[in-house]
Design a protein around this ligand. Structure first.
Ligand SMILES: Nc1nc2c(ncn2[C@@H]2O[C@H](COP(=O)(O)OP(=O)(O)OP(=O)(O)O)[C@@H](O)[C@H]2O)c(=O)[nH]1
Ligand SMILES: [Mg+2]
Length: 397
């Protein structure tokens, strides 16, 4: 054990080593990690033990799953996706943040439930330019949700599957308390907010060793590359991968390796909605919400149900934020009213496959109409990269 650690942390580590049951070992190791100061000298020890913790948690989840796999019940908190799924959440400790009000404003659903505690999900469809967004209000999240308090596991499991999360923060009450609870529970549930997955992959191979390859200049730009590589290998080995290859495409930290080794980690886009902007003093609070959280949240919107205030182009904001584009298919010169929603940089091939496999298999050429270009109408092949609002007609043989 490193001599850089405070005595309390060392004592806690010993308790972890001495603990018998898996639950106890997890608890002690979590407590140990919370006692370790974060700096360069402790980076390795933190990463190593985080990965141990992740491994033990996986083991515990597996055991629980095995125990209840015989009785499969569909959870009422599990919502089948229809269109782009946007989930509204808030902190239970600050009840009535305004989720049902926003759901009702966007979709017309659940009017009678405004002001009542929402115990089960409420769903509505928000239509924007013929695009359907499924808006889901989840029951507010309690402290300890990630450990299962207040149906927390079920709720968080649906959040992990959503396309977008909106944290609803009541501006007329303490915003720090609401943010702290939500950020802490999401983080414990391994939901990473507005982060990109680290630029690396880990594959199992036949070779009898762990290899690390740095595939860009940026990836190699690490102080003490040799030591860093050894630490990566140790982490990967510790996670039970004896034969594998780690490919690094950009600058990473040991924490990124731990995340890549933790299958439960998901990366979610999250918007902040500051609610009740019509109440007095909320303007200043909204300004501090923006100031304090702008690094983590590129989109922070003030709302007020009373003043019908939510951007008219909320759908547009969502699509841009999720890096989605709208593609209008055309058949015999008639343009479809409802666009296909595709990922940015999608190609004609992606569209063909989305419409029907046969369009890909018998593909001949495609016509793309793009407004605002000198040559508005182009004949293109499968690799052609599309832009938002392109009109596409696929011709088959
Ligand atoms: N002044 C004002 N009141 C609002 C606004 N939005 C919601 N409220 C009020 O706040 C109370 C709670 O609103 P809800 O929309 O039910 O809140 P919720 O987040 O769904 O609450 P739970 O389901 O219990 O978590 C209701 O009395 C609403 O009328 C707003 O923008 N301005
Ligand atoms: Mg509600």
């Amino acid at each position: 054990m490193s001599s850089n650690l405070p005595p309390l942390a060392k004592a806690k580590y010993q308790e972890y080593l001495d603990a018998g049951a898996l639950e106890d070992r997890i608890k002690k190791l979590e407590e140990f990690l919370s006692l370790v100061p974060k700096h360069k000298a402790t980076e390795k020890i933190v990463a190593l033990n985080k990965s141990r913790l992740a491994k033990m948690k996986r083991e515990l989840e597996d055991r629980k799953l095995k125990q209840k796999s015989t009785q499969k019940i569909v959870s009422p908190f599990s919502i089948k996706k229809e269109g782009i799924q946007v989930i509204l959440i808030s902190s239970f400790q600050t009840p009535g943040a305004g989720k049902t009000s926003i759901l009702n404003y966007l979709t017309g659903a659940a009017k009678e439930n405004i002001g009542k505690f929402t115990a089960l999900p409420e769903i509505g469809i928000y239509k924007y330019q013929k695009i359907r967004f499924q808006i889901v209000e989840m029951p507010a999240i309690m402290e300890g949700a990630s450990d299962g308090v207040g149906n927390g596991k079920e709720i968080l499991s649906q959040l992990r599957a959503a396309d977008l999360l909106c944290l609803c923060i009541d501006l007329s009450r303490n915003i720090e308390d609401q943010m702290n609870l939500l950020l802490s529970e999401l983080s414990k549930a391994d939901i990473r907010i507005n982060e990109s997955p680290p630029p690396l992959t880990i594959e199992k191979t036949g070779a009898n060793k762990v290899q690390v390859l740095y595939l860009t200049k940026e990836a190699k730009n690490v102080e003490g590359l040799g030591d860093f590589t050894d630490q990566i290998k140790e982490l990967v080995y510790e996670n039970g991968i004896r034969n594998g290859i780690v490919k690094v495409y950009g600058q990473i930290t040991l924490d990124d390796i731990v995340d890549a080794l933790t299958p439960s980690v998901v990366y979610k886009k999250v918007i902040l909605l500051g609610t009740k902007g019509d109440l007095s003093h909320t303007q200043d609070i909204f300004e501090s919400l923006k100031e304090n959280y702008k690094d983590m949240f590129p989109i922070i919107i003030g709302t007020s149900y009373m003043k019908e205030k939510l951007p008219k182009d909320f759908g547009e904001i969502i699509l841009k934020f999720l890096n989605k584009i709208r593609i209008y298919t055309m058949s015999s010169g008639i343009i479809a009213q409802q666009p296909l929603i595709m990922d940015e940089n999608s190609t004609i091939k992606d569209v063909a496959l989305k419409v029907h496999r046969s369009f890909f298999e018998s593909f001949e050429h495609a016509i793309v109409i793009r407004e605002g270009e000198r040559q508005k109408r182009k004949k293109v092949g499968l690799d052609y990269i599309l832009k938002d609002l392109d009109v596409v007609e696929i011709h088959i043989t």
